[in-house]
Design a protein. Structure first.
Length: 195
């Protein structure tokens, strides 16, 4: 009997990756997107969760720091895996320790370069273009206390053209994210079964 996995997605903004995951797993038999956690009650990702009838909660920076608000909700939803997809707050230690090697993050660049503080959204693509890189891409990694430094699980690349702009690169990166993230989640959870 295959174990059912219950996933929480953390997102802060638009939530196109969150939406992509909810769509991909909508009819999946053993992988369920259970919860969307967001730190901004006006974020578009909350509407997207509603469209898929998935519970969403808004948390403040302070509420994230303690287990008080989130832990009971996680337990009610039997959360056993966490995907960060454009979540801009630091993940608290209690959460990292509760889910060792079961929190992943997708970063819109080829870590270890172009990671760390301030490296999110268009700032990453501007930095890559300004550095005259020949390629960029996505990195999916486990999240530990040091955020973007967790073990890298997967990377995919795209070319940075001569006349590339941060906007054009962002589109290429988003396409890679949507193409790969659901598959990586599936592989990680199925593999976990075999251990
Ligand atoms: C993506 O670029 C992802 O790599 C990064 O934040 C962005 C989220 O975009 N972590 P969206 O909200 O999923 O569209």
């Amino acid at each position: 009997m295959k174990k059912t996995h219950h996933i929480a997605i953390f997102a802060s903004g638009n939530g196109s990756n969150a939406e992509n995951l909810m769509k991909h797993f909508q009819h999946h038999s053993t992988i369920k997107m259970e919860l969307v956690v967001c730190n901004n009650e006006n974020a578009a990702v909350l509407q997207k969760a509603q469209q898929f009838s998935i519970t969403s909660i808004a948390v403040t920076k302070d509420e994230l720091k303690t287990t008080e608000k989130l832990l009971p909700i996680f337990e009610n939803h039997k959360i056993d895996f966490v995907v960060l997809a454009g979540f801009l707050l630091q993940i608290p230690t209690w959460l990292v320790q509760k889910f060792p090697n079961r929190i992943i993050n997708i970063h819109p660049a080829l870590l270890p370069k172009f990671g760390g503080k301030g490296m999110f959204g268009k700032f990453v693509h501007e930095a890559v273009v300004n550095a005259n890189e020949l390629e960029s891409g996505i990195s999916v990694h486990f999240v530990n206390e040091h955020y973007d430094e967790g073990k890298i699980i997967f990377q995919a690349k795209c070319q940075v053209d001569e006349n590339e702009t941060a906007e054009s690169l962002a589109k290429k990166i988003q396409q890679l994210e949507h193409q790969h993230l659901p598959k990586i989640v599936e592989q990680l959870l199925v593999e976990k079964e075999h251990h």
